[in-house]
Write a protein that binds this ligand. Structure first.
Ligand SMILES: NC(=O)C1=CN([C@@H]2O[C@H](COP(=O)(O)OP(=O)(O)OC[C@H]3O[C@@H](n4cnc5c(N)ncnc54)[C@H](O)[C@@H]3O)[C@@H](O)[C@H]2O)[C@@H](O)CC1
Ligand SMILES: Nc1ncnc2c1ncn2[C@@H]1O[C@H](COP(=O)(O)OP(=O)(O)O)[C@@H](O)[C@H]1O
Ligand SMILES: [K+]
Length: 505
């Protein structure tokens, strides 16, 4: 699924109106209906529920007016509060006129905003994608009044005051919603950690925007969801053998962090690799052999950390980083790997920290290497970001410059490709915020890179999706707090199966 900018969303609305021969008010009605349908499922029975709809002067306010009418028709106790304005959009006027006379409507004056009861459900329809500057004056005061009320707020399209796809000054007035319900496609702002306190949980509801426009519009940002990835993992052929799926090498572990090597190895095997060899410091040899018997193990001469690069010829992909620490002779192993590897590489954790501390090594990165930094590791590779949008630009620039695939990990992990596209992963949950989840990802990505049937892009996208999806499946058994990284590998197979090409004509 593509992510559209606010401007492209307006074009998509216009294309839909043109192609379907409907009026913009009809599209607004569709949007309001979709919103109300979503809301009704989550509200208490109609007669017990007070709903306050706060409407701004544009089409977001128009959506709010239409939603107020539809909720009123369903028997909810609805009131409408209007933000005072000199001018309103045409479809706002249409929907203002359609409000039934018995539905209470008041213009909210700044000197005496009515109190908002915490029991009220507030629909925030003040501003949407048409916001052109940060809120000030009455609009900002109303947002502050609403936030102070601590009511349950559901924002239409975006929390009012938040730019849909651009940064804004720190401290701007923005509604703090419990839920944000967007139309058709999420806006970039909903995916960024800095906006979490405003967005709450988000959902999108379909409104039938022009499929032709959505297919043709050029995009540089995508949501990597099931629709994008379904069927991308080829099914296994009847006569497949272990050579079909590649032989991977993992370079992982150091004294006190052998577990990272175990987790990566388990995930690599569950990711479907044909053969796996793990190079660990001598201290990890017995541990690895007993916990992951399916993997071959190459013990390093050094007891505590990696000091030797194995002969690379047998391997279809190499993953390095989980738990390796940052000793100077491990840095030398990384340097030799970068200089000599012919197979695709996956670099994580301390391999990234070593790159950050020895930036000249970055120029040795083979094209199409996969790097998986979390934000702190990414900062060590680049520079501190001023905000999330800046971080995304740094990410895009880094991936382009080094011709690499770079995954900025977090909720909605973002992959930047060598040609500057961004893909936001849609799976995963906060259960993964536990030590070792990243090691599991390294192992899984190394397995998928060893599978020659997959392109580099598909390997990363499938790996990110399946990693998060494994956690989504696992939490049904473990709960969120109870999940540990070691639980994830055994759900990877099920997650991968969901993306496998169906066995049909
Ligand atoms: N027919 C359509 O085009 C559809 C539009 N939709 C809704 O339309 C919304 C976009 O509507 P609009 O483009 O009218 O934009 P908004 O409703 O977001 O607001 C635009 C109005 O606010 C004013 N404004 C912008 N920034 C301001 C600020 N900082 N302080 C005070 N006033 C400010 C603008 O001058 C304009 O009058 C979407 O978010 C969505 O909710 C949906 O109904 C789907 C269909
Ligand atoms: N709140 C969250 N929602 C979804 N995924 C998450 C969340 N928190 C962490 N993750 C995922 O878990 C992994 C954590 O990796 P990392 O930070 O390297 O941890 P570690 O070094 O402990 O293995 C990443 O893939 C990240 O995307
Ligand atoms: K809004």
């Amino acid at each position: 699924m593509k992510l559209l900018t606010a401007a492209q969303t307006r074009e998509a609305d216009a294309a839909t109106i043109r192609e379907e021969g409907i009026s913009s008010a009809e599209l607004m009605e569709r949007a309001a209906f979709a919103f109300v349908t979503w809301l009704q499922v989550r509200l208490s029975p109609a007669a017990d529920t007070q709903v306050l709809v706060l409407c701004g002067p544009g089409n977001n306010g128009g959506d709010g007016l239409a939603a107020a009418r539809l909720l009123h028709q369903q028997g909810y106790l609805v009131q409408v509060g209007l933000l005072p304005a000199d001018r309103h959009s045409a479809d706002w006027e249409v929907n203002r006129a359609r409000l039934p006379a018995e539905l209470p409507v008041a213009e909210w004056q700044p000197e005496h905003f009515p109190a908002i009861s915490p029991n009220t459900v507030v629909v925030d329809a003040l501003f949407g994608t048409g916001l052109s500057r940060p809120l000030e004056g009455t609009a900002a005061a109303l947002v502050q009044h609403l936030n102070a009320a601590q009511a349950r707020v559901v924002s239409i399209d975006v929390p009012s005051g938040l730019f849909a796809d651009a940064p804004q000054p720190v401290g701007s007035a923005v509604v703090k919603a419990r839920y944000t319900v967007g139309f058709e496609l999420p806006k970039l702002a909903l995916l960024l950690p800095q906006n979490a306190e405003f967005v709450g949980r988000w959902h999108v509801v379909p409104i039938g925007l022009s499929p032709r426009y959505l297919a043709d519009v050029p995009a540089s940002m995508y949501l990597a969801d099931a629709a994008l990835l379904a069927g991308r993992l080829p099914a296994r052929a009847t006569f497949a053998h272990k050579g079909t799926f590649g032989h991977a090498l993992l370079l992982a572990g150091s004294r006190g962090k052998v577990g990272a090597a175990v987790l990566a190895a388990q995930a690599c095997l569950r990711g479907g690799v044909g053969l796996l060899t793990v190079s660990v410091p001598a201290v990890g040899y017995a541990v690895l052999q007993s916990t992951v018997p399916e993997a071959m193990c190459l013990p390093d001469d050094c007891k505590t950390h990696l000091t030797n690069l194995p002969e690379l010829r047998p391997y279809a992909a190499v993953g390095m980083g989980p738990g390796i620490d940052q000793a100077d002779d491990t840095r030398a192993v990384l340097e030799e790997l970068l200089c000599t590897a012919k197979a695709p590489l996956v670099l994580d954790a301390d391999a990234l920290n070593l790159l950050g501390a020895n930036r000249s090594l970055l120029d040795l990165l083979p094209p199409s290497t996969i790097l998986t930094p979390h934000p702190k590791e990414f900062e060590r590779l680049t520079e501190p970001a001023q905000h999330d949008y800046h971080r995304l630009e740094l990410l895009r620039g880094f991936a382009r410059h080094y011709r690499c695939y770079v995954v900025l990990k977090g909720a909605y992990s973002c992959l930047a490709t060598p040609d500057g596209q961004l893909y936001f992963n849609t799976t995963g949950n906060p259960s993964m915020a536990t030590g070792g989840s990243g090691d599991v990802l390294t192992g899984l990505l190394t397995a998928l890179r060893a599978d020659k049937r997959l392109s580099a892009l598909d390997a990363v996208l499938i790996g990110l999706y399946a990693h998060g999806r494994a956690a989504d499946i696992a939490v049904a058994d473990t709960g969120q707090a109870g999940l540990v990284a070691g639980d994830l590998p055994r759900y990877i197979g099920q997650a991968l199966q969901e993306l496998t090409t169906p066995d049909s004509l």
